[in-house]
Design a protein around this ligand. Structure first.
Ligand code: NAD
Length: 498
């Protein structure tokens, strides 16, 4: 059961924060940093500190990897059903504590409670999905084509894995990696983002209570990401690096991982185009754009970063989107009226504002917003830019804020060319009533995921991931577990030949 109520009070907030572990989780023990170092986690809606927690040192990182390596062999030998049931109990526990997880995410990350509840359901679902997949890990057996030997193909856990996660989805980005790793029988070191580590601490506690053995998951939040994770990536006992974050950091980590030829999964940045054609159902297109743009306050890798609208409906679509975005109430995420919370920190807000300012200087029209909200916290007004010229800087970078740049196009061919004109390839969305066009787009757009007449594609049962510089590897779906499995082939002599 949750500690807090569905409509949390300030007393609930204090009680929840007071109940959290504040140390590092290493080999089943919550402990302080080896040098006693700590850092504050900030509430982005006020700028005030929420809680002071331990900040791992390189020595703590090494201890966490030692624990993961030590736990690996016995963990790999556990029965699949045993691992499945740990995941299932964790799913039940996270679901039962939905109000706690939701409040915690709202406090440290800023989004409205309703959205945090959505993330709890989404994040927990990876636990249920992979609990169901655990018992289905299988290999194959065959007679060699010439009949002279037998081929046994088995699946083995990859081994100790390092997970580095971003701040924008504090629960789901962790469960999307941890659940399949548990299912496959891998041990882990998790380094959550320093901006939002509290959700990971609560989740690690819940997993221990669900029966996860000591050392299988170790958590080392730190303000010194590179100094702590670098030596782990260089350690020959580490077998896998799974990273979710920016393309810039991902590129560097791939280079580091290359020294050991480490297996990597990279869930990196996006620059999603959302295409609206003249024949679209405009109500659905506006609904979809609202979801794709404002979910998580625009702080999502899947956020519609470029809204491309065919000339015939561009005026009407822009008018309706502006009207809907203008109606969004900006408030602290705990306020029941809040539809949009603060951005995560001041530098994110400055970057968003700078992109808006430069778009206007490059010729875009400011139809809505465009201002920093004065007062405490890092709030930014929902913003619509129309007639954004192709080539504007805002179209080539991840905005990561509630800003909708609208570009007008004339033909399908032009739309595809504009949509693909980016180094990113995570997701695209399109709204059209023409099924053939929808299928053409599914083939022509250079992306890992495509939403047809929908503004949301994330689903634990589906393979999430990108192409081009949006990364490599897939999370979720039946594909997600493969990231944590090695294929081992055993050649067996002909049993009839003595
Ligand atoms: P970020 O790259 O700044 O940080 C991500 C993580 O990497 C954090 O834990 C951070 O502490 C750590 N990190 C930073 N520098 C490091 C280094 N030198 N060595 C090791 N670790 C380091 O990204 P962010 O700002 O936390 O998250 C936003 C980014 O994440 C956006 O680009 C977004 O698109 C991307 N993202 C992608 C997906 C996806 O599934 N493709 C999902 C969510 C977010």
């Amino acid at each position: 059961m949750s500690i807090v109520s569905a409509n949390p009070t300030p007393a609930d907030e204090r009680a929840l924060l007071a109940s959290l572990p504040t140390g590092l989780l290493i080999d089943g023990v919550w402990r302080p940093a080896s040098d006693g170092g700590t850092f504050d986690v900030i509430d982005p809606s006020t700028g005030d500190a929420l809680l002071t927690i331990a900040s791992a040192t390189p020595a703590d990182g090494a201890a966490a990897l030692d624990a993961a390596v030590g736990a690996q062999r016995p963990w790999a030998r556990t029965a699949p059903r045993e691992r499945a049931e740990i995941l299932r109990r964790a799913f039940d526990a996270v679901t039962a504590r939905s109000d706690d997880f939701a409040l915690l995410m709202t406090l440290e990350m800023g989004k409205p409670l309703a959205e945090s509840r959505g993330e709890v359901a989404y994040g927990a679902e990876f636990l249920r999905w992979f609990s169901e997949e655990t018992a289905r890990i299988a290999g194959r057996f065959a007679m060699a084509p010439d009949g002279n030997s037998r081929l046994l193909v088995m699946k083995r856990p990859v081994g100790p894995s390092l997970f580095i996660t971003p701040w924008n989805f504090p629960l789901a980005m962790a469960t999307r990696k941890i659940a399949p790793a548990i299912a496959a029988g891998c041990t882990m070191v998790l380094k959550p983002a320093a901006l939002t580590p509290l959700t990971a601490l609560l989740f690690a506690q819940v997993l221990s209570e669900a029966g996860l053995p000591d050392g299988v998951l170790n958590v080392i939040q730190t303000t010194r990401a590179g100094a702590v994770t670098g030596p782990l990536i260089a350690d020959s006992r580490l077998r896998k690096l799974s990273f979710t974050g920016s393309t810039e950091v991902g590129r560097r980590l791939i280079a580091d991982a290359a020294q050991q030829v480490l297996r990597v999964s990279m869930e990196l940045g996006g620059n999603a185009p959302l295409l609206v054609f003249d024949d679209a159902d405009l109500d659905k297109a506006v609904d979809g754009a609202m979801l794709a743009k404002l979910r998580n306050g625009g702080e999502a890798c899947t956020a519609a970063n470029r809204i491309l609208v065919q000339r015939g409906v561009a005026g009407e679509f822009s008018r309706r989107l502006t009207e809907r975005m203008a109606a969004h109430t900006i408030a602290r995420g705990t306020d029941p009226a809040s539809k949009i919370g603060p951005l995560v920190d001041e530098s994110t807000r400055q970057k968003v504002h700078e992109l808006v300012t430069s778009a206007v200087a490059e010729g875009a029209t400011l139809a809505l917003g465009g201002r920093v909200v004065q007062g405490a916290g890092y709030f930014y007004e929902p913003t619509v830019l129309t007639d954004v010229p192709a080539g504007a800087r805002i179209l080539s970078q991840e905005i990561f804020g509630p800003v909708a740049p609208i570009v007008t196009f004339d033909t399908e061919e032009e739309a595809v060319r504009l949509a693909n004109d980016t180094e990113f390839g995570l997701v695209a969305y399109a709204f059209t009533r023409d099924l053939n066009r929808g299928l053409r787009l599914a083939e022509e757009l250079e992306v890992g995921m495509f939403g047809l007449n929908t503004g949301i594609v994330s689903n634990p049962a589906a393979p999430f991931g990108g192409v081009k510089q949006s990364g490599t590897g897939r999370e979720g779906g039946i594909e997600g577990i493969e990231e944590y499995l090695e294929t081992r082939y055993v050649g067996i002599a002909d049993p009839y030949r003595e």
